[in-house]
Ligand binder design. Structure first.
Ligand code: UDP
Ligand code: MG
Length: 139
């Protein structure tokens, strides 16, 4: 492996509304290598587990409902400095505050509905990758 990994998700409404191809195209052209990818419809229980770190926060219940509202694309991406570079590439959590040219600025609709996920640390990238993929599913 020539870089570090990060875990992304294309969130349900971004996928449902047909932005998945454009988002993946931008990700790949930005130099992130797709090591694993799948389309998956999380149950509320699975979405709650993925976002367990936010349990108890005011937005948690709505986030779980949102993230289990339809299929998402989950993918492991590889690049050097991938976690920080990907978070910069997607922009701030709130699309209204995301920099011009970022994925969330282009495709996000609200603080909750912000188009994509990106891991926040190397440690969480591994935990999140293991949430979605077996090591045998990587290429
Ligand atoms: N979120 C929300 N309201 C908030 C903060 C976050 O609905 O006040 C949602 C949003 O979809 C975000 C996710 O919860 O992407 C996880 O929040 P986090 O603070 O980890 O932001 P991220 O790491 O995704 O930028
Ligand atoms: Mg986060």
């Amino acid at each position: 492996m020539s870089g570090t990994i990060t875990l992304t998700m294309i969130k349900p409404d971004a996928w449902r509304e047909g932005h998945g191809g454009a988002i993946l195209d931008r990700i790949i052209k930005a130099g992130f290598i797709v090591r694993a990818m799948k389309l998956v419809h999380l149950t509320p229980g699975q979405a709650g587990q993925f976002y367990a770190v936010h349990k108890g926060k005011p937005f948690y219940e709505s986030l779980v409902k949102y993230m289990s509202s339809g299929p998402i694309v989950a993918a492991i991406l590889e690049k050097d400095n991938s976690v920080a570079d990907f978070r910069k590439f997607i922009g701030a959590t709130n699309p209204a505050q995301a920099a011009e040219g970022t994925i969330r600025r282009q495709f996000g609709k609200s603080l909750e509905s912000n188009a994509v996920h990106g891991s926040d640390s190397d440690e969480n990238a591994v935990i999140e990758s293991n949430f979605f993929f077996n090591r045998t599913e990587w290429v």
